[in-house]
Design a binder for this molecule. Structure first.
Ligand SMILES: [Ca+2]
Length: 477
């Protein structure tokens, strides 16, 4: 099926090269790419069915494009997830491991996604947080990458006196949230939107195809947003998750101490946060989602105003999931669905609108998909599979499993199950968990030791062993 389709597209591509004009067909005329990364955004969006979160602009993108319900990051931590997606290479126990990953150190021979486009005649720009490190794979960009957050301290981006005073006194970071009476552009994400819009205007005038990356910083901690976004959500609408508890029989390896959150003021050194704080965190996350949605809306509106919609592919992704209290956890860094499932929406001109796919896709699939959509050859390093056929038909049979990992935990996810096994430094397994999403979609009961499912577990374990860390040596051109 895939071969047949690609031949068909190749034929259409030749048609264009030959100078024929097919009205409204922009698939292979070097479409522009607007590449929107959103830090720590899980599918906490109205278009993904959230009952109270307001995300009208991302919803509109989904309505005019293709939304993946079952997109999984390959590793739930910023630096590693981005390095993997941007090189199309899977994380393994020897590469793309932590938040601090440099793609250029772990995979020096790899060509990055924007670099590949640049080498194919695209003008490439990085605004905000795209790679975790602004100086990672510098060959990626036609211009110096730009980020208003110049260092770890300014990255906190506080605007209120309360938080600035805490920070100044050196007690700790400030609170993990703030509601400030300021305009959008006081915060970095407002500035990233403004810079991206200015670039769009400039790129439109230049007329060369572009790959414009905008990496928004929220809803990463601290949950800072202008107060108007907090005011969208009345406090009595904010609730703790139903599974604000450790899953039954979950191994210790599955649970962490959310150290990332504990570095903020008002969070105890150990033990759970107060219920008041938990509700404030959830409220803050919602406010930040609506804030970042509004900034994305400004960029998408500019795309429309400038007449670039018909020739620009828009892709939006959150770099991994997040626990908002589920399983008694906060932050990411886990092998639960809450950490691994991420939003992925793509709008490609010439393809069907308002498509929702339940197919399993993973972030290593983004690089080959964008190559196919732009008619570029695929570098040999790529380990994902182009999901272009799904854009044609959201219901065709697709991957039977995707693979994610974090630290010592390796996961296989199928349409029904999530199975994770943890390995010590010598490679010996020491813990495992299994959830059947048909009867336990929220992953509250680890039933890995149920005798009735031992064959299922055996099968999943076998497939996991075969595919995890599958290609330690990656072929590069
Ligand atoms: Ca992140």
């Amino acid at each position: 099926m895939a071969v047949k389709l690609s031949l068909k597209y190749y034929a259409i591509g030749l048609f264009f090269i030959a100078g024929y004009s097919l009205a409204a067909q922009t698939r292979y005329e070097k479409p522009n790419i607007l590449f929107i990364a959103v830090d720590d955004l899980r599918p906490e969006l109205a278009c993904y069915g959230h009952p109270i979160v307001k995300s009208p602009n991302i919803d509109k993108l989904a309505e005019t494009g293709h939304m993946f319900l079952n997109a999984y990051c390959n590793v739930p931590v910023c630096g590693a997830s981005r390095a993997s997606l941007l090189t199309g290479i899977r994380p393994a126990n020897n590469r793309f491991v932590g938040y601090n990953t440099y793609a250029k150190k772990d995979m020096p021979e790899a060509v990055s996604l924007p670099e590949h486009f640049r080498k194919n005649g695209y003008h490439t720009i990085s605004n905000g947080k795209v790679f975790h490190h602004i100086d990672d794979i510098p060959e990626s960009w036609s211009e110096d990458p730009w980020n208003p957050a110049v260092d770890a301290s300014s990255y906190l981006d506080y605007q209120t006196d309360t938080n600035l005073d805490i920070l100044k006194n050196g007690i700790s970071r400030g609170l993990p949230y703030e509601s400030a009476n300021v305009s959008d552009d006081k915060y970095f994400d407002g500035q990233i939107a403004a810079k991206t819009i200015a670039d769009l205007q400039r790129l439109k005038e230049a007329g060369t195809p572009f790959f414009l990356a905008a990496g928004f910083l929220k809803p990463h901690l601290p949950f800072n947003a202008p107060e108007k976004y907090w005011n969208i959500y009345p406090q009595d609408k904010i609730h703790l998750p139903e599974n604000y508890f450790r899953p039954e029989n979950a191994p210790d390896a599955a649970i962490h101490d959310f150290g990332e959150l504990r570095s903020y003021y008002g969070i105890p050194a150990d033990g759970p946060v107060s219920n008041d704080m938990a509700l404030k965190l959830i409220h803050g996350y919602y406010a930040c989602v609506s804030f970042v949605d509004a900034q994305i809306g400004k960029v998408l509106e500019a795309l429309e105003t400038l007449g670039l919609v018909e020739n620009t592919i828009v892709v939006l992704w959150g770099d991994h999931g997040w626990q908002l209290g589920e399983h008694s956890l906060w932050c990411k860094h886990a092998n639960f669905k809450t950490s691994l499932n991420s939003p992925l929406i793509i709008r490609a001109p010439g393809f069907k609108e308002n498509q929702v796919s339940a197919a399993l896709v993973e972030f290593v699939d983004v690089f080959p998909s964008l190559c196919d959509l732009a008619g570029l050859e695929k570098p040999s390093q790529l380990q994902g599979k182009s999901f272009l056929p799904l854009l044609e038909n959201a219901d065709i049979p697709w991957k039977d499993a995707v693979y994610s990992r974090f630290s010592l935990g390796e996961s296989i996810i199928t349409s029904n199950y999530l199975y994770t096994e943890w390995f010590d430094k010598e490679g010996k397994p020491f813990a495992e968990m299994f959830y059947d999403h048909r009867i336990d979609p929220d992953e509250n009961h680890n039933i890995v030791n149920e005798p009735a499912i031992s064959e299922t577990i055996k099968n999943l374990r076998k497939r996991l062993h075969k595919n995890m860390n599958q290609v330690k040596k990656v072929t590069t051109d």
